[in-house]
Design a protein around this ligand. Structure first.
Ligand SMILES: NC(=O)c1ccc[n+]([C@@H]2O[C@H](COP(=O)([O-])OP(=O)(O)OC[C@H]3O[C@@H](n4cnc5c(N)ncnc54)[C@H](O)[C@@H]3O)[C@@H](O)[C@H]2O)c1
Length: 294
């Protein structure tokens, strides 16, 4: 990540000002580490931003997505930019996952240090079915893609002994797993399941192989999956006004994920980590009070 650095320093001896100096904010936190990143669809995707940051931090990885998503072709640009290989896999298929892990470890030249599960989809949401009128075939499909796929992924990694010691697996979630957001529909239940899998599998992965498993509970973020939720803009603005630090962007999420992949968080596991500018612990903000006082 490159930022514009502006510094003014003054005392009796010296006054010096630096303006518009481009600084490199990489720390080589993932130098020599290998991994797999699921779920980059386009440049707005949280996984896309994460892949860019991981690359900047020295990590090498395979990019993967469902074959149907790859047909859109956008992932090639990210693969070129980050020097990554693309290997298709439907995350609901254990066969695909095993194949992916075998090919990825062979290509990268060893076991994995990090894996990002950034996958979500609700057929009920897509088809406009209300939570009180679910089509259970849709529910089952959405649960398989959004939640059970995380167990399938962890089980494939575990059984193939594909993770290095002190490796880190992260999945993305949303606070609707704890509190009700009516239009989040059956994705709330999928996220509750996903977070539970992180705890349950995290126990065994920690005990047997010293591998971390966590979920990041991210602010509402403008992406293809995010925009699918009814009333998303209102939702986004409300969260922005509620959060003391404002909403966390996809780029912010990428930064946070890098820390969880790094060696600096080796004893963090089985956690659901809120990355939301403080939203989850705010009862009400002054902005919301002001809005209702008008
Ligand atoms: N956008 C938000 O507001 C928000 C907030 C909190 C958490 N999240 C979570 O972040 C994650 C990433 O979503 P995003 O917002 O970047 O949206 P996105 O639409 O860019 O990413 C979702 C990805 O899931 C992939 N996917 C769907 N079915 C798949 C399958 N069968 N196999 C493999 N991949 C499959 C899609 O192709 C896509 O790349 C999701 O878990 C989402 O629920 C998003």
């Amino acid at each position: 990540m490159r930022g514009v650095f502006s510094l003014a320093y003054s005392n009796e001896l010296a006054i010096f000002v630096l303006n518009n100096v481009s600084i490199d904010m990489s720390y080589n936190l993932l130098k020599g580490k290998r991994g797999i990143i699921f779920g980059a669809l386009d440049e707005n995707s949280i996984a896309w931003k994460t892949a860019e940051r991981v690359h900047e931090e020295g990590g090498s990885f395979v990019l993967t997505n469902a074959p149907i998503a790859l047909r859109m072709g956008q992932l090639n640009a990210l693969a070129e930019k980050t020097g990554a290989k693309i290997i298709p896999a439907d995350a609901t298929s254990s066969e695909d996952l095993n194949q992916l892990i075998e090919e990825a470890t062979a290509h990268l030249g060893g076991k994995l240090d990090f894996v990002l599960h950034s996958i979500g989809m609700s057929v009920n949401v897509r088809k406009g079915r209300h939570y009180t009128d679910e089509n259970y075939d849709f529910t089952t499909k959405g649960w398989d893609v959004s939640a059970l796929s995380f167990h399938k992924l962890l089980q494939s990694l575990y059984k193939n002994d594909a993770m290095n010691e002190w490796g880190s697996v992260v999945a993305l979630t949303y606070m609707a797993a704890q509190r009700t957001f009516p239009d989040y529909n059956d994705m709330a239940d999928n996220k509750a399941y996903l977070e539970s899998v992180a705890r349950s599998f995290g126990y065994f992965f920690g005990k047997e192989k010293n591998v971390r498993v966590n979920t990041i509970s991210q602010s509402p973020t403008v992406t293809t999956a995010g925009k699918g939720v009814k009333g998303f803009d209102a939702f986004l603005n409300f969260a922005e006004k509620m959060s003391p630090l404002g909403n966390a962007s996809a780029a912010d999420c990428a930064d946070y994920t890098v820390t969880l992949f790094s060696d600096l968080t080796r004893k963090v596991t089985m956690q659901n980590l809120f990355h939301d500018g403080g939203f989850s612990n705010t009862g009400v903000s002054q902005e919301i009070v002001d809005h209702f006082s008008e």
